[in-house]
Design a protein around this ligand. Structure first.
Ligand code: ZN
Length: 319
């Protein structure tokens, strides 16, 4: 069990609820409103939009941004919904700068290798891609044409590629993988602004990059007091590759990831509960994460995505 002091903003919110309850004694209408409701309407975010708003959107744009998410363990300090929430928040930020419709479809994705930790939900890869392709067909039916499929979880990489290919091969829609499509724009921005990656220590799932992004994107859901360094062990042959992986050898990384973080049933000994004491895949202390780094990483990604969308609109305007 982790003990958790409510983050400052939640404590302020709790005070606000008490104050509201007092005020409600004199305003019966407000007393009937859900005391937990904090959501603010976000532009171009499908779940918040009415039919007339979707109709007006279609007069401005035919482009949809779909995050491909997951519900899985993220160590002791980040919530199960980290990938879903961070993905949707990034998508919303992009949609404030260019007209793309943000349409989240599923919360869980493919995460069998995190099932050793409570709370993880995993779905078969074939089912996940089927759901997204069917959802895209609905949107095409309403007049949407172009789709940015944005992977928000490493375990969905191949699924994302497959969804993009199925949309392009089987429907009237046109799809790109936003991560790949925005990479040329990101590389330019990254060189100018992002911190140099630490090449001395493993720092992947739930580590300082993801924790930093979370501090920026969903600050009230990060429990930094619970963050602690993981004890990580892995099969000897993977441990032996580690120096070359950390040094940035792309071939070593490919071979390492082909075996790393796989379902316990494969017998590879590389599911997260077999390798990590906390669920974080890395030995760097997640407490070293910073809001500033998260803001920079998010800014670089959002700018790159916006850059790609503007270029796509130039090269192939809505028809
Ligand atoms: Zn994650």
């Amino acid at each position: 069990m982790r003990s958790k002091r409510p983050p400052l903003l939640l404590r302020i919110a709790a005070c606000a609820i008490v104050t509201t309850a007092f005020a409600d004694a004199r305003t019966p209408a407000a007393a009937q409103t859900n005391p937990l409701w904090t959501e603010v309407e976000v532009k171009n975010y499908l779940p918040h939009m009415t039919v007339p708003e979707v109709q007006r959107f279609l007069e401005r744009s035919d482009m949809v941004l779909i995050p491909v998410a997951s519900l899985e363990q993220h160590g002791l300090h980040l919530p199960i919904g980290t990938d879903y929430i961070n993905g949707v928040e990034q998508a919303k930020l992009i949609a404030q700068e260019v007209d793309v419709l943000v349409a989240p479809i599923l919360l869980p994705g493919q995460s069998p290798y995190h099932m050793g930790f409570e709370g993880t939900i995993t779905l078969p890869s074939t089912l996940v891609q089927e759901v997204y392709v069917e959802a895209v067909k609905s949107l095409i039916n309403h007049g949407f044409k172009r789709f940015l499929i944005m992977n928000a979880h490493g375990g969905n990489r191949a699924i994302t590629t497959f969804i993009v290919d199925r949309i392009n091969q089987e429907t009237a829609g046109i799809a790109v993988d936003l991560g790949a499509a925005s990479a040329p724009f990101r590389d330019r921005a990254m060189a100018a602004t992002a911190p140099v990656p630490d090449r001395t220590v493993l720092d992947r799932h739930g580590g300082t990059p993801e924790t930093s992004s979370s501090l920026y994107l969903m600050p009230t859901l990060v429990d930094m007091e619970a963050a602690e360094p993981a004890t990580v062990s892995m099969p000897d042959h993977l441990e032996a590759m580690l120096p070359e992986v950390l040094a940035g050898d792309p071939t070593a990384l490919t071979v390492f990831l082909a075996e790393g973080l796989k379902d316990a049933s494969t017998g590879k000994g590389t599911s997260s509960s077999e390798m990590s004491s906390t669920g974080v895949w890395g030995t760097r202390d997640p407490s070293e994460a910073t809001l500033e780094r998260g803001r920079t990483m998010t800014r670089v990604f959002v700018d790159a995505a916006v850059g790609f969308v503007r270029r796509w609109n130039e090269i192939r305007p809505p028809s």
